[in-house]
Design a protein around this ligand. Structure first.
Ligand SMILES: *Cc1c(COP(=O)(O)O)cnc(C)c1O
Length: 447
């Protein structure tokens, strides 16, 4: 019998991993998936409560999406997307234009989230350059932001774990101290504050607004920062500032889009529209790598002119608009169109959050349980009163993760934040099991 683990370790360099850790915890060889479950080559079952890095939306091997993909593969697998087009992409763009926040009506395709972010940044800069504001060369982003890992996307991010080492080769970004609702410096709480923290943004805009092309923001949920959640009012305040200073509001909905926050897109909670929105992860249901940035007619028009004016957006990715990915994305919209999946997820979200609060809040090391949509995060702290964190070197989250894996639950905490971000179709029995396991493992590690 082949030893897949040995061969894996011989050849493969896994993402976001210290490979030496694999000496003690070898890679799990997944054989197949079905619904919210993954099965390894020994037949052991795992509940995928993190949606395989937040992208699986409607279950593994969802028959409708799988069929759409198979049909597309037999019809047209790929075609150059400059001067050529195809029905799956056209259909997808038309449908998105009807469900995205108002005004987003032009679509550009890339093949991963980081690339969509960078393409959107380029478009924003070029727009200002072509509309008489060449001084707008800066980008703003929030503290603790995450926008991807390529050098440009990493620059706008602010999670030390990923960025710190690379600072010498990153772009300079104007950083806005963003909301930190659990440790609010104004002593407020996120359900009834006036977003006093937006004053920080006001100050930064006053200083740099005129030189800034765009402000990037993860709406309502800063995922990689540890599922930090802030109120919609903050987005409305940013919208006002962006309008005042002619700065594009660039929404990174790569993680929050597609129902993760209880609405189809997080910006809907705020009732305002961004100028540019990036989508990926849930876009294809977790089937194919694809990302999109959507933007307004106004931005599009600034690029529309005779060829020799040099105003075109000369940006491309080889796999732009891949038909198989577009077909998966259309299949996802087919499944979500009537709103039933989202409605059920919203009902389950209330149940799930209450269950998690019941099971975890009383623990001596649980600082906060926060949630938006089906996403729930449990922040573990050393001291509940002072909110002091544990020493990161203890790797408590990682220890809990390892224990939960043994019991068939994939948790993969962010530092000391244990979170659940399940496929929208996860049902209550699995929520029960996954939270029981998480609690047991937490108690084994923390007492
Ligand atoms: C995952 C993610 C990205 C990057 O997407 P990739 O496809 O991994 O490059 C960017 N922004 C947010 C908010 C994300 O969650």
């Amino acid at each position: 019998m082949e030893n897949w683990v040995d061969k894996d370790l011989k050849y493969i360099w896994h993402p976001c991993s210290q490979m030496k850790d694999y000496e003690e915890l070898s890679p799990i060889v997944i054989d197949h998936g079905e619904g919210v479950y993954l099965y390894d080559t020994d037949g052991k079952k795992y509940i995928d409560v993190i949606s395989s890095w937040w992208c699986n939306l409607l279950g593994h091997c969802n028959p409708a999406i799988s069929n759409a993909l198979k049909e597309q593969a037999d019809t047209l697998e790929h075609v150059i997307f400059a001067n050529f087009t195809h029905k799956p992409a056209i259909r997808l763009a038309e449908r998105l234009s009807k469900i995205l926040p108002k005004g987003l009506c032009k679509f550009n395709f890339t093949d991963n989230g980081s690339s969509a972010i960078e393409a959107a940044m380029k478009v924003s800069f070029q727009y200002h350059e072509q509309t008489g504001n060449p001084q707008k060369t800066k980008f703003m982003a929030l503290s603790d932001a995450y926008h991807g890992e390529t050098i440009g996307a990493l620059s706008v991010g602010d999670c030390d774990l990923y960025t710190k080492l690379y600072k010498p080769i990153l772009m300079d970004i104007v950083r806005i101290e963003g909301p930190d609702c659990y440790r609010c410096p104004y002593g407020k709480c996120r359900d009834n504050c006036d977003c006093e923290c937006a004053k920080k943004a006001e100050q930064i805009f006053a200083q740099y607004g005129n030189e800034t092309a765009a402000l990037l923001v993860e709406p309502l949920l800063q995922g990689s920062a540890g599922m930090k959640i802030y109120p919609p009012l903050y987005l409305r305040k940013l919208r006002e500032l962006c309008d005042k200073y002619n700065v594009h509001l660039l929404a990174d909905e790569i993680a929050t889009g597609y129902g993760r926050t209880g609405k189809m897109f997080a910006f809907e909670h705020a009732g305002v529209s961004p100028d540019i929105m990036c989508l990926s992860k849930g876009l294809t249901g977790g089937y194919m790598p694809m990302a999109i940035f959507a933007t307004t007619q106004k931005i599009y028009d600034a690029f529309y002119d005779d060829y020799n004016t040099g105003k075109a957006f000369m940006h491309s990715h080889t796999y732009s608009g891949n038909p198989m990915a577009c077909s998966c994305a259309n299949a996802v919209l087919d499944l979500m169109e009537d709103g039933k999946i989202l409605k059920r997820a919203q009902e389950n979200a209330v149940y799930f959050n209450n269950m998690i609060k019941d099971k975890f809040l009383s623990h001596k090391n649980v600082g906060e349980v926060r949630h938006i949509g089906l996403i729930n995060a449990i922040e573990i702290v050393k001291n509940k009163d002072t909110k002091e964190a544990f020493d990161g070197k203890l790797r408590l989250g990682y220890q809990i993760y390892r224990k939960a894996l043994k019991k068939g639950v994939i948790l993969r905490p962010l530092g000391d934040v244990i979170y659940f971000n399940p496929p929208l179709i996860m049902e209550r029995e699995d929520m029960n099991y996954a939270t029981d396991v998480a609690k047991e493992c937490m108690q084994e590690v923390l007492g």
